[in-house]
Design a protein around this ligand. Structure first.
Ligand code: NAD
Ligand code: 2HG
Length: 386
């Protein structure tokens, strides 16, 4: 029986897809697969049994990707599966930042016992007047699954949308509305936009991208929306910019000891992906990815190994070798199998940065000695016979 450990609550719509060969276990030490949302794996000691981690979500900064790759553990995420949920919350945040909806609601609560509320509201309401987003300039930083949806939706709401993403994928570029203006300059976004929304991953290259210098370039009264990760914003600089009125509102989905005390910050409790639909989508995609990898060795949507798909295993044996991307690996791997008199009927080799993957369909099953020889090749990180 194959064991899967859930580090967070994972939607039953996903775990129900696990076939009779699988069971959920509370004991991570015996797990072949881990399903996780935002729990951190940075301090975890990985058991030898662990083949794959699937993040039911987009951001993978809670997982040590390189350490996993070194141990032959493939990490997956679920691109796009929660994009609509985040887009809808960003639109809600644009409204909250532009109209004093929260102040107005609180006024109604505070005045609930006023018998004349129906009259007094007409005087009081001017305190909660706001502005419209139509015609305002929105800068979208990062045009992946979420950024592209936000950009398109806001263009549809009549905003003048500028998009910045030097690494945009062809697929994401196809998704973009022709109304979204492409800019290659982050400074243009900072200097021109009334609203700026972040949709990039937390990487060394993106951490602190909204810093003092960026904030100083922005228009007075700008609104910054952060539904990506708190690390993208220098929050000391943001607190100062809010206090001075440079930034009107900082809309963030990441409560921390700084953001929750900032005057003018409107903080939500990391609920960007918290809809039933998104949780189901992410869980279903994560479970399918992990099962396809465990059973067939196929890698789809990995963030630390290359994509590789040889379909459903049909031969008597399929061997999967995770290894370093260095010279002469294919020669050595196929040499070991040839030395054992085994014919390879089909094979694929793919690489991604430091790591590579060789998947082979064989006409006979390699014995333990051959598997040991494969494992002994310098640069081989894990061998599996499926
Ligand atoms: N609040 C939430 O609950 C929630 C939910 C989902 C995702 N997220 C966060 O949002 C991020 C984006 O999610 P996604 O699904 O759109 O991911 P994605 O991978 O589809 O898109 C990310 C985009 O950022 C771009 N990018 C990378 N570095 C950049 C840079 N320096 N400048 C501009 N663009 C850059 C990439 O080219 C890519 O197009 C995730 O990494 C995650 O941290 C948060
Ligand atoms: O799992 C969640 O609730 C958060 C997911 C989100 O942060 C992501 O990066 O996909």
């Amino acid at each position: 029986m194959r064991k899967i450990h859930c580090l967070n609550a994972i939607s039953k719509h996903g775990t129900d897809l696990l076939t009779a060969d699988y069971e959920l276990t509370d004991n991570v030490k015996e797990a072949e697969g881990i399903l996780v949302r935002s729990a951190s794996l940075h301090e975890m000691e990985f058991p030898n049994s662990l083949l794959a981690v699937a993040r039911a979500g987009a951001g993978v900064n809670n997982i040590p990707l390189d350490a996993c790759a070194q141990e032959g553990i493939v990490v997956f995420n679920t691109p796009g599966a929660n994009a609509n949920a985040v887009k809808e919350l960003v639109i809600g945040a644009l409204m909250l930042a532009s109209r004093d909806i929260l102040g107005g609601i609180n006024w109604c609560i505070d005045n609930a016992e006023d018998a004349n509320i129906a009259k007094s509201v007409e005087k009081a309401k001017k305190a909660f007047a706001g502005c419209e987003i139509r015609g305002k300039k929105l800068g979208v930083i990062g045009l992946g699954a979420i950024g592209a949806e936000v950009a398109n939706a806001c263009a549809g709401l009549g905003m003048e949308v500028y998009g910045y993403d030097p690494f945009i994928s062809v697929q994401a570029a196809w998704m973009l509305s022709r109304d979204v203006k492409h800019t290659t300059s982050l400074d243009t976004i900072f200097q021109e936009c009334d609203y700026i929304t972040l949709h990039v991953p937390a990487l060394d290259s993106t951490k602190g991208m909204i810093n003092k210098n960026a904030l100083e370039q922005m228009k007075d009264g700008v609104v910054v929306l952060n539904f990506a990760r708190d690390l993208l914003v220098d929050e000391d600089a943001m607190a100062e910019a809010l206090a001075s009125g440079k930034v009107k509102h900082y809309m963030t989905d990441f409560p921390n000891t700084k953001s929750v005390h900032m005057k003018g910050a409107i903080v939500t409790p990391h609920i960007g992906a918290s809809t039933a639909e998104s949780e189901d989508n992410c869980a279903k995609m994560a479970v399918k990815e992990i099962m396809d990898y465990i059973e067939n060795g196929n890698i789809r949507n990995s963030v630390n190994y290359p994509a590789c798909d040889m379909g459903v295993k049909k031969t008597v044996a399929r061997v999967a070798v995770l290894h370093l991307n260095i010279p002469n690996m294919i020669g050595q791997i196929t040499g070991v199998l040839a030395g054992g008199g085994i014919n390879i009927s089909d094979m694929t080799n793919k690489s991604r940065d430091k790591y590579a993957y060789t998947l082979m369909d064989l006409e006979s099953v390699p014995d333990d000695i051959l598997v040991q020889k494969l494992n002994a090749i310098q640069g081989v990180l894990r061998v599996r016979v499926l």
